[in-house]
Write a protein that binds this ligand. Sequence first.
Ligand SMILES: C[S@@+](CC[C@H](N)C(=O)[O-])C[C@H]1O[C@@H](n2cnc3c(N)ncnc32)[C@H](O)[C@@H]1O
Length: 218
Amino acid sequence: MQFLDIGTGIPSADNTHEVAQSVVPESRVVYVDNDPMVLVHARALLTSDPAGATAYLDADLRDPEKILADPQLHTTLDLSQPVGLVLIAVTHFLTDDDRPHEHVARLLDALPSGSWLALTHFTTDHIPNQIVERMYAEFASGRMKQDAVPRDRAEFASGRMKQDAVPRDRAEFARFFTGLELAEPGIVPVTEWRPQVPPEQRPALADASIYGAVARKP
Ligand SMILES: C[S@@+](CC[C@H](N)C(=O)[O-])C[C@H]1O[C@@H](n2cnc3c(N)ncnc32)[C@H](O)[C@@H]1O
C-alpha cells in the first residue's frame, strides 16, 4: 500500500505510516506539510518499518506541481500503482482564491486508476443559522481581533480576509470527488462514517461540523 498524506500535522499517535504498516509492513507513505513546526518534528514520521518507507516533503498543497516533481516522492512511491491520497482537515485552510478543487484534481490526475481519495472538510451545514449569523456578527464586532471584517460567507471564503478556516457546504465538498466512485456510506459528517460507537456516544453533528468521504478513481 502507498499513501500521499498532505497536511500531515504534528506527529502524534497512529500516524498514517504506523497504521498502514501495522496492516502491511511494506507500506510506503509520503508526508507533505507547509508548516515549519511540522518540519521540525518530521523525524518522528521517518520511523518506517524497514520493510516499507516514509519521506517528508516541506511543500504546499497550493503547489501540486512542486509536490509531484519532488524526487523523494518518486523514490518512495510508485505512481504507476494505486496511491491513497489523504487530505484530512487540510483543504479548508485553502480559500476559494487558492483554488483547492483544482489542486486536488491535479493530484488525482497524476495517480493511476484504482487510487483512492480520503478527504475531510470543515462545514457549517449542521450549525443552526442563528449561530452562524452570530459568528459573523462576532467578527463584525471586532472582538475576534480580525484585521478586517467579513460581511458574509462569500467574503469570508474569498481569501481577502484573514481567517483560520473556510467552511464549505455539501455541494462544494462533493466537488472534490468529481469523477470518483464514492465508497459507502458516501458523503456524510465524519461522525456518521462507519461509526464504531452507538449514536448516543457520538458528538452532535454541529459539534463535529466536518464532512468526510472516501472514493476510488475508476
Ligand atoms: C488540522 S491539521 C490536520 C493534521 C492531520 N491531517 C490530522 O488530521 O490529524 C492541518 C495541517 O494542514 C497543514 N496545512 C495547512 N495548509 C496547508 C497547505 N497549504 N499545504 C500543506 N499543508 C497545509 C497545517 O500545517 C497542518 O499541519
